[in-house]
Design a protein around this ligand. Sequence first.
Ligand SMILES: Nc1ncnc2c1ncn2[C@@H]1O[C@H](COP(=O)(O)OP(=O)(O)OP(=O)(O)O)[C@@H](O)[C@H]1O
Ligand SMILES: [Mg+2]
Length: 303
Amino acid sequence: MSKLDITIAGEINLDLILYGLPEHMPTERELLASGFAITLGSSSAILAHNLAALGSRVGFVTKVGDDSFGALAVERLRERGVDLTGIAHGAKSGVTLILPHGLERHILTYPGTISELRFEDLDLDYLASAPHFHMSSLFLQRELLPRVPELFRRMKSAGLTTSLDTNDDPEDGWDSVLEILPHVDILLPNEREAMKMSRADDLETALSRLAQMVETIVVKMGASGAVAIRDGRRFSAPAVPVTVIDPIGAGDSFDAGFLHQFLRGADLTTCLAYGNLCGAFSATDCGGTEAFRDTARMQEFLR
Ligand SMILES: Nc1ncnc2c1ncn2[C@@H]1O[C@H](COP(=O)(O)OP(=O)(O)OP(=O)(O)O)[C@@H](O)[C@H]1O
Ligand SMILES: [Mg+2]
């Protein structure tokens, strides 16, 4: 029996979040924030962390910076019991600075090791040692991207099921995803991403196009919950109302809840409901991982 339920390849970095800055930010002035959080960020690492917090056995392969930011980020995963035997090391950590303004936010990223993971860094036997393989933040993997189709193909031929959350394409090109989709079982975009990658002007067209391309298409819709299509059948599930601190990482937390149930063989309705529950729970605390570090509160919320 495999000792892992899922392997994930992707990026890791800390998020520095400054709350309560003025909407207008002139230069050459000292602008004061009303709150600050330093937290494990990045789509892939948030997913790995929160899946492990839920109780899945997670193997995470990434390139981590040899500096104190890298060490802290890795420590956060180690605390949750994520298996890190496959990680590679690079020089300088990436970092993301997030400045929320109401429901909008500035997101400023220095990529560093985020985009330096190479195909040669991956131990394919390790990645194939779980029954399921996942990638997030496809377009930030600039070194790996040209060989991601091959990576997914290799995982499928090794008998794994696969999932992908592309997140946004900073260059808004979207072409490279089409080569990967034939090897993806579960695709987890948000509404905008679904429309962009399928070249559709509305969600319905996007859903029907993507449903032809993958076994299960799941679209996240923020405070409107989520919708999915599998085998021509449509499923939808409402969001869980919560008092939102910030929605950072809600999409990755949705993925964690969805995949945690999928890995246990749950039906699609249960996967969607648990995804919404975990997305909402993430929004009740800073960043994408802070809520999931409080195990007692997490268990109570999920109950
Ligand atoms: N305001 C909210 N209230 C309740 N649930 C929410 C809220 N915002 C997000 N969620 C939950 O989180 C899920 C994912 O959110 P969203 O649609 O914003 O994903 P995303 O755009 O991929 O997010 P991310 O920025 O993390 O990549 C939603 O489907 C929903 O279940
Ligand atoms: Mg997302």
